[in-house]
Design a protein around this ligand. Sequence first.
Ligand code: ATP
Length: 357
Amino acid sequence: MAQPILTLENIHKTFDGTKVLDGITLDVLPGQFVTLLGPSGCGKTTTLRIIAGLESPDSGRVILSGADVTRLPPEKRAVNTVFQNYALFPHMNVQKNIAYSMNLRRVKKDESAKRVEELLSVVQLEGFGKRMPAQLSGGQRQRVAIARALACDPQLLLLDEPLGALDLQLRRQMQVELKALQQKLGITFIYITHDQEEALNMSDLIAVMNGGRFEQIGSPEEIYERPTTRFAAQFIGQSNILEGDVIQSGKDRSVVEICPGNTVMVKGEYTQGERLALSVRAERIDYAKEAGYGFHLTGTIKLHSYIGGVLRTTITLKTGQELLITGANPVSLYPAGCTVEVFWDPDAAAVVERGRG
Ligand code: ATP
């Protein structure tokens, strides 16, 4: 297996007595697109700043291509950062903005000019070299910022919500462009967003962050299909969390009682008496007159609402808990007020918490 290009080793950081990073550990392989995904204030930018050398950790190590760079200043790290607000120099044209770091490193004029042209072509802005930043759209400015960040051939590009200021349509278009660019160049990207769709769309690996910790690290599919914590399940997609006690344990399937007489089947072997929290995606739940998969979970349809493309249904269980269900069919056979049996393929549910009953 390839050596990681970046390793974060048990990073801790405190600001004014408040723990902001609480043991961050991560391996990033060369060429990976890794996204830090989490709510505002969870520590994403601080993590990126520590990788860039703009902030130093209280403890832990940053290893870049096998070398410990924890105490090295930013300019000694083969890393570059793209921020949300473009940060282009307003008084310089596009060419000069892109060439800026090459001028600092005293790269020869003709070499630098050639590289600027190459980069303009990479970000599909040929012919825009003489324009000033104010004469560009938001998406074009962001592409210039990316070209500028690529000018020094960084091993690692850090991107802090680079599409955050763009409207939704342009944002979606730039997501596709940025991913294609990353694959073409083979550069490792570490990308920050709090937009789950963006993360699922673009990443090879997602680190779901909450309160200065990584809750779960995995591929988009792993994170979506097999969340391992309540937070990861609820932050991404629409999940229903159900709690119950294991009343029967088998090798492949266990029976979990949600309330007296209401049981669901869970994949895997669990200990009798154990309390489990299950996460089931809204689109994975089914309901009918007869249950499937050996379930006995009765509910009453509270509401259907058609929201264009999906029918959203709320079902109230005997416990009073409401389940949110989405389906592609715009009409349901069962109107509000009907009593139905609720079920899902046990493989589609994830156990997100285990405890003693
Ligand atoms: P957002 O999505 O809103 O940008 P984030 O996940 O990137 O949030 P950080 O910017 O890393 O979060 O901030 C994490 C916490 O650390 C916040 O509570 C923030 O107020 C605090 N913080 C960040 N930088 C400093 C600083 N220089 N001094 C004091 N507190 C700071």
